[in-house]
Write a protein that binds this ligand. Structure first.
Ligand SMILES: Cc1ncc(COP(=O)(O)O)c(C=O)c1O
Length: 387
């Protein structure tokens, strides 16, 4: 028997699309390449992203394509073959940057790859830059979603800048959920995604480039065709023309998602995510489970990763929660596959009702599987945070 009539997606992206965003997508299409009013809207969306990420002095592009394309575009446009790149590898996506670097002929130097349960230590970053004075780039992931680890991108960028090294940040699962001050933190390239905190369908990459990084982009001279960031600057910024067809539907969706954030107030949105992290950690404690990150401050306000208790098949557990209670949570990837389950609390999910439903379903499922779980304690743990 099913115990639900509706379904709740609590995965750390793609996330639920709110009705307002769905409605915005039903706007009549014109021709996004030719309609001046669409260009005006697109530029307004860029302005909203600049405001959100405090990137007034920088360039913002919203490009059709998955966030992975954004990561690849970042490397392809800022790195020359043979360049040395410090790769902060304390997670699946962190480590994954090394593959992109290698694919473009660069030389990745992996750091922090031993301990995936905490954010990178700033001393380790400094030591790596001291030893590798010839490095030109550093890559880092703000929240490595498969492990929920949070890295101090502000601290890392400050150190990298003092060595004259460019910082490329994957902020795919944090944009809109926690403060990012692109200009004042001295970030150089930042990649965001649509389908995480922003509750917008997959398919858009947000790219932010500092004023300083363009000189490097010029020197590197992108050798491909599709991901040419100079083409975006030269065509869009100077001529008001998209390098290739833009998806108006997705831009309407993103615009409405950003409106929702500003209407709620960015500070209120960030506070809601911090509360969600706290409630989530309290629920994990009440379940007698262990978070994967070793401390709250190293865990992202947008997602929680939980170590699968011994004797539990995580696939069966997730299937049970979905089939019986209609709640979808996620497993993990790479070396964390089968070892970690994840509950997203990004965007709409960062709410009392979402967390209550998700953790009640998780608690009941563990109970169904023979675990000694007190469901009431889990509910109380969350309610305490929201009382
Ligand atoms: C931190 C991070 N980077 C990059 C990606 C890749 O995004 P996409 O699937 O949109 O290509 C994800 C998606 O899960 C992510 O969590």
């Amino acid at each position: 028997m099913r115990f639900y009539t509706d379904r709740l997606i609590m995965t750390p992206g793609p996330t639920e699309i709110p009705l307002r965003v769905k409605r915005a997508m039903m706007r009549e299409s014109t021709n996004p390449d030719l309609d001046p009013s669409f260009l005006e809207l697109y530029n307004k969306v860029r302005g909203k992203i600049k405001r959100l990420l405090k990137a007034d002095r920088s360039s913002v592009y919203v490009i059709v394509g998955e966030a992975i394309m954004g990561l690849e575009a970042a490397i392809a446009n800022t790195m020359r073959p043979g360049d040395k790149v410090i790769v902060v590898a304390n997670g699946v996506f962190g480590e994954g940057f090394a593959d992109i670097v290698k694919a473009y002929g660069g030389e990745p130097v992996l750091i922090a790859s031993e301990d995936w349960r905490r954010g990178v230590d700033l001393g380790e970053v400094e030591r790596a830059l001291e030893v590798n004075k010839d490095a030109s780039l550093l890559t880092i992931v703000h929240c490595d979603t498969p492990s929920a680890i949070l890295n101090d991108i502000e601290g890392v960028a400050r150190i990298a800048r003092s060595f004259g090294v460019i910082t490329v940040v994957d902020a795919v699962s944090t944009v809109g959920g926690l403060p990012i001050e692109f200009d004042s933190w001295g970030l150089d390239v930042l990649i965001g995604g649509s389908q995480k905190v922003l509750n917008t369908p997959p398919g858009l990459t947000i790219m932010v480039l500092s004023d300083d990084v363009w000189e490097r982009v010029e020197r590197v001279g992108y050798r491909g065709f599709y991901m040419n960031l100079k083409a975006w600057r030269d065509m869009l910024d100077t001529k008001g023309v998209f390098p290739y067809t833009m998806s108006d539907t997705l831009i309407y969706a993103l615009d409405e998602a950003l409106n929702m954030i500003f209407e709620e107030g960015v500070e209120a949105v960030y506070a809601r995510h911090l509360k969600a992290r706290e409630a989530s950690w309290r629920a994990i404690e009440a379940l007698n489970l262990e978070p994967y990150p070793t401390s709250l401050n190293h865990s992202s306000p947008t997602v929680s990763a939980i170590i699968v208790p011994s004797g539990v098949n995580e696939r069966k557990l997730r299937d049970h929660i979905w089939a019986r209670y209609g709640v979808m949570i996620a497993g993990s990837w790479g070396k964390l596959e089968g070892k970690v389950i994840r509950v997203g609390h990004m965007g709409l999910q960062a709410s009392r009702t979402h967390l209550l439903t998700a953790y009640t379903a998780l608690a009941k499922s563990l109970k169904d599987m023979g675990f000694n779980v007190n469901v009431g304690e889990v509910v109380n743990a969350i309610e305490d945070v929201y009382s």
